[in-house]
Write a protein that binds this ligand. Structure first.
Ligand code: ADP
Ligand code: MG
Length: 324
């Protein structure tokens, strides 16, 4: 199968109805997109997935296709943008038809769920590497940024944190967990994250800042604090987590929820006067949100444990959880 057959067979979907703003998709030298509606702006983001670094070779191709697009949609969600279209640049060691069919199935299932079309890309031989660029739009002035948080604002996170990291530690062999339904749920969190697009849209005009949690809560919160010029206190042991994670040793729970990575939840701030409106946005988007702390004028990040005492937490080494 040559490069052009491969593109035609797996990625050029003639049946896809063109989305608003997409004048021409796959097949020519460029995709052709109309400018967004008057008063709206384009938002563009790219995320690359590299085998061994962002996913394990054992992941099912369908889940990999889902995740490659999901992590990109998560960036649009964090900005409160409506997804419109995406491109796919793909390096493949070989044209493996079963892999490509599965990958395309997972990719397009998520694309269809958000009504967006694949409008172009590039395909080459090489070590497995997936780079997607998403395009979305939002009304000018309503884009959610990392820089808008104010001292006194509440801090919230969507969904739950830490399951993806828990599954990763099981795969690494540093945590022992029975491979039952509970483990499958954690594995799904790692391999099949849900981008919080509906919540991001519902938070437009409400949240003062937002970011998606891809590198761990503490690191990503650090970006909001740095860009907004504020500090924060976070209730570390009140971070939302699954029943599975809540049943693990406390140090492991903290590792997974505080610095987990691959959560793809939204971390955002809003003034206390907006509490009811935030709950309404969560309900309208069918996405749970939890208030986890507060932004303060004093720079730095302070953690509190369940008893309200200051928690001096630094990431333990992996060996800490090694089952001997
Ligand atoms: P060019 O040589 O002009 O860069 P290509 O031969 O690489 O174009 O690609 C031909 C067409 O197929 C283009 O419209 C391009 O956007 C599209 N395309 C290539 N690879 C992919 C892919 N992985 N997914 C979607 N479209 C792709
Ligand atoms: Mg060309």
């Amino acid at each position: 199968m040559g490069e052009f057959d491969l593109i035609k067979r797996f990625f050029a979907r003639a049946s896809t109805p063109l989305q608003p703003g997409v004048a021409l998709g796959v097949g020519d030298d460029c995709a052709v997109l109309a400018p967004p509606a008057p008063g709206a702006q384009w938002l563009v983001s790219s995320d690359m997935l590299v085998e061994g670094r962002h996913f394990l070779a054992t992941v099912a191709p369908e889940r990999l296709g889902h995740k490659a697009l999901a992590v990109n949609l998560s960036d649009l969600a964090a900005c409160g943008a409506t997804p419109r279209a995406f491109t796919l640049a793909l390096a493949l060691p070989r044209a493996d038809e079963a892999f490509l069919a599965g990958f395309a199935r997972g990719l397009f299932a998520l694309a269809d769920a958000h009504g967006i079309a694949l409008v172009g890309g590039d395909t080459t031989a090489g070590p497995l590497n997936i780079c997607i660029t998403v395009m979305g739009e939002a009304p000018a002035g309503q884009v959610l940024l990392r820089s808008g948080a104010r001292a006194g604002d509440d801090l919230y996170v969507s969904g739950s944190l830490g399951d993806a990291r828990l599954a990763l530690e099981v795969f690494r062999g540093s945590v022992a967990l029975e491979r039952g339904a509970d483990f499958e749920a954690a594995r799904r969190a790692m391999e099949c994250p849900t981008p919080r697009v509906a919540l991001g849209l519902a938070l437009r005009g409400l949240a003062s800042s937002a970011i998606d949690v891809s590198d761990g809560l503490l690191g990503d919160l650090g970006h909001i604090l740095a860009r907004s010029g504020v500090g924060a206190t976070v209730q570390a042991d009140a971070l939302p987590r699954s029943a599975l994670l809540a049943g693990q040793p406390l140090a492991l729970q903290r590792l997974c929820t505080l610095s987990g990575g691959d959560d793809y939840e939204l971390l955002f701030s809003a003034p206390p006067a907006a509490r009811d409106a935030v709950l309404a946005a969560a309900a309208a988007s069918a996405t749970p949100v939890t208030r986890i702390g507060r932004l303060e004028a004093e720079p730095g990040l302070r953690l509190r444990d369940a008893a309200g005492a200051a928690l001096d937490w630094s990431e333990p080494s992996f060996d800490h959880f090694k089952v001997s």
